[in-house]
Design a protein around this ligand. Sequence first.
Ligand SMILES: NC(=O)c1ccc[n+]([C@@H]2O[C@H](COP(=O)([O-])OP(=O)(O)OC[C@H]3O[C@@H](n4cnc5c(N)ncnc54)[C@H](O)[C@@H]3O)[C@@H](O)[C@H]2O)c1
Length: 488
Amino acid sequence: MSFQFEGNKEGKTNRPLVCVQGLGFVGLAMATVIANACDNDKILLYNVVGVDLPTNKNNIDIINKGELPFKTEDASFLDELRRAVLINKNFFTTSDMSFYSQADIVVVDVPLHIEKRSKNDYSKYSLSKKPFEQAIDSLGKKIKPECLVLIETTVPPGFCSKVVRPILEKNFESRNIVSSPIIAYSYERVMPGKEYLSSIRNYYRSFSGIDEKSTQKVKYFLESIINSKDYPLRREQETEACEFAKILENSYRAVNIAFIYEWTLLAENAGINLFSVIEGIKNRKTHNNIMEPGFGVGGYCLTKDSLLALWSADNFYNSVYGLPFSKRALEVNDKMPLHTIDLILQEMKVKNKKVAIMGISYRQDVGDTRFSPSELFYKELIKLKAICFVHDPYVEYWPECHEAPFIAFDHSLKDVDIIVFTVRHRCYSEATKEYLLEISKEGTLFVDAFNILDDEKISFLLKNNRNVIGVGKGHIKRIKETIKCQKY
Ligand SMILES: NC(=O)c1ccc[n+]([C@@H]2O[C@H](COP(=O)([O-])OP(=O)(O)OC[C@H]3O[C@@H](n4cnc5c(N)ncnc54)[C@H](O)[C@@H]3O)[C@@H](O)[C@H]2O)c1
């Protein structure tokens, strides 16, 4: 396949070519940012080709029409994609890997899956190395010797030097290329949501090259696409350290979430509003990133990244100690949604009860359902013979539970017995107390699993013959008692 990039105002078509390998939640956002990168005179800097698998043809076609294959709250994402694909015509997507041979830079955003093989023993996991190795091999067969290969995929520490480098070197050797491959690592901190593109462009980045030449090349590239004036780049001395940083960062967050979970249970028993307690603690600057109680942890990163480091501990570093805290956090976080079921069961049996699960994506204001905590919740409720419906403003089809029937966030909820808010989507937290009353029937149990209802809404619903419980909200018991006293 050949494609002629359109020239910019000056008729320049010879911009450097950047291929982005893997056009998923990260790759498509990164490709859009690169395609819109300009110099000081507002001249576009790069032509961009997104390369995905032939099996992803549907998404490739959608992107080439200037559309997004998923919903997002960030309106600028669609605007910038359209500008690049339809107006500037410096970005298109294909499954044709021959474009790698023309690339000056390849950004690797393919996944590297690691799966837990046992529900009870997180020491048993399997890393699907092959697809990632094949992706790198497909580059090695085609890229120019001077092409920068920038890995953004989250990988086990040591992967760039011990896996990527040998694959590319072997390919170079068989192609009689004498120079060393140019390899760098810089991990994504992209936050799908309202600040999707901005979280790439306007945020701090760490990077590292496999050698000095790679380091300088990746620094130059990142500086050209990221607002490094306000968010200075940080160089790590080895790619291994940079790979380490990504996983430590996510493991730190996962451990904090697991830590708060045990306090959540205690606060509920003690009749305390843990959200209020935490708000107070946050006033102390050293503690202002303390986590809040919640329904569970999901997504492609926090649920697994610590295992990637465990894999390196076993396979590269021969570590005896391992990562017991990080491993335990994954276990605790994975099971967290079951706590909301326990809370419901304290109020009523769920057999033959109609339950509406409000939110099936892994976090607020995104449409990504991978490893969403709602999945375990839904499956356990089905086991308990509840009749479940789901709603999510960002999801039209739930691949992980494709049989789940959807319900609207409107009067159809009058037909259900239990309404569980599992994700803090904007439309749920912005719903007024009057609306919540209007769309529910008497006796409905509202379950606030992610601090969606404030005390005013909770009191209002309780006073109007609805029941309310919530994760980390032990104080609801007290509100109920006060209302009872007022009644009699
Ligand atoms: N989703 C996030 O918020 C996030 C944040 C930071 C880092 N990451 C990391 O970024 C990486 C990508 O994550 P994602 O969420 O974009 O995954 P994704 O599954 O949404 O996208 C990956 C894409 O790569 C494509 N692909 C797979 N093999 C390929 C190949 N050989 N050639 C071309 N395309 C190929 C897939 O078809 C898919 O479209 C992962 O390592 C992830 O851990 C993700």
